[in-house]
Design a protein around this ligand. Structure first.
Ligand code: UDP
Length: 373
């Protein structure tokens, strides 16, 4: 028995490692020249700063099993992520918290006063309908227009009324001065980066890795099973049409000292075409670097010459996805996994959780059928 894993991001690497530990031979292929998928990090040769090549990635979870799993492959350090946003020449703290509200309203409200004022400003509407509805019902039109509408429309390339409400619900709203971007108990960075971590996951005598290797259907005949973490519509050669993804491009800059004083600065104004600037050395506050590298992130439409990053999940995408899922169910021995394989906006920890569950199920089934034969 030999298993093919397509894509060496967290999904693929987790499944590959679990299978390898269970004695199953695995071949992992990736079209890129490195493992790590969109979490890829590398050390800049001149400065030794760890670069998040495809945008900022912060590991956060409440899932102890996932946490125990990733820590087998590299050292992590606690990292608290604070994000700021520039709007009309002022810098505000995110996620929306008491500091943001008091600065925005030029006031000094207590938590209860701010809560009352926000409740008064919010509009009653069906918060499940769209990003815009969810935001207006949680923070009201003023804050929505300042911090969310333009950023979201730059990020996704469509009206915020077309973006699912679940995207807004990723962001907490707080009535305290806590400005941690996430609510999870466990928040950390792999000290040597994600690519190093994933390389360690894949370092196993039962795993073979082939980089710069594109998937083709003809490969399947050499394997008993395949776990596919590429875009599900691409697997089927877009035979029912193309799902909408958002892509990104990055512009890197070097300077000395500290460029912006934090890891991530968002830009909420429409005249700024990028959504955020990431200053990489702030992801590793335990390191010292005199130089700095920062990156402007520009969202763009996905086409055949760039990589998909985010599933947009418009109404028409949801019905198209259903049809692709029906096609997938007709196949035997192929399982679609991860953000692109399942066309969902998953975080790293959710991806790993699902990959652990899928590989456990697969290994149990394989063991049972081996015993039966
Ligand atoms: N968002 C926004 N303003 C911000 C930050 C986020 O409107 O300053 C919205 C935007 O639609 C974004 C979503 O919230 O896509 C989720 O934000 P998150 O920071 O989780 O995005 P990611 O880091 O995954 O790109």
């Amino acid at each position: 028995m030999k298993v093919l894993v397509v894509g060496a991001g967290f999904s693929g690497a987790t499944i590959a490692r679990q299978c390898a530990d269970a004695g199953i031979k695995v071949v992992v292929i990736d079209k890129r020249d490195h493992v790590g998928g969109n979490c890829h990090t590398y050390r800049d040769t001149d400065t030794q700063i760890l670069i998040h090549a495809h945008g900022p990635h912060i590991f956060h979870t409440n899932d102890r099993e996932v946490w125990d799993f990733v820590r087998r492959f590299g050292k992590f350090k606690r990292y608290n992520h604070s994000v700021f946003t520039k709007f009309k020449d002022q810098v505000f703290s995110l996620p929306v918290n008491l500091q943001t509200l008091n600065q925005f309203w030029k006031s000094s409200f207590s938590p209860a006063e701010a809560q009352r004022k926000l409740r008064h400003n919010c509009r009653e509407c069906d918060a499940t309908l769209s990003f815009e509805h969810a935001a207006i019902s949680a923070v009201g039109p003023e804050l929505y227009n300042a911090f969310f509408k333009t950023y979201t429309e730059k990020q996704w390339g469509v009206s915020a009324t077309e973006i699912p409400a679940s995207v807004f619900k990723r962001l907490p709203v707080r009535f305290s001065y806590t400005n941690n971007y996430f609510n999870h108990d466990i928040q950390a960075m792999p000290v040597e980066g994600y690519t190093d971590l994933i390389q360690n996951m894949l370092r196993h005598p039962n795993i073979e890795i082939e980089l710069n290797c594109r998937f083709s259907e003809s490969l399947l005949s050499c394997f008993s099973n395949c776990f596919y973490s590429g875009p599900i519509d691409e697997f089927f050669n877009h035979n029912l049409g193309k799902l909408t993804y958002r892509s990104l491009s990055f512009e890197h800059f070097r300077s000395s000292g500290d460029f912006q004083g934090c890891a991530v600065m968002n830009f909420a104004d429409s005249n700024v075409k990028f959504t955020r600037i990431t200053e990489h050395k702030h992801f590793a506050p335990w390191e010292t670097h005199d130089q700095t590298i920062y990156t402007k992130e520009y969202p763009s439409a996905h086409n055949f010459s760039n990589d998909p990053y985010y599933p947009v999940r418009l109404q028409q995408d949801k019905s198209l996805l259903k049809k692709y899922e029906e096609q997938a169910e007709q196949l035997s021995g192929i399982c679609f996994v991860g953000r692109l394989g399942t066309y969902r906006y998953l975080d790293m920890d959710q991806t790993i959780r699902e990959a652990l569950d899928i590989s456990d199920y697969f290994i149990n089934q394989t063991t049972t059928s081996r015993l039966a034969s």
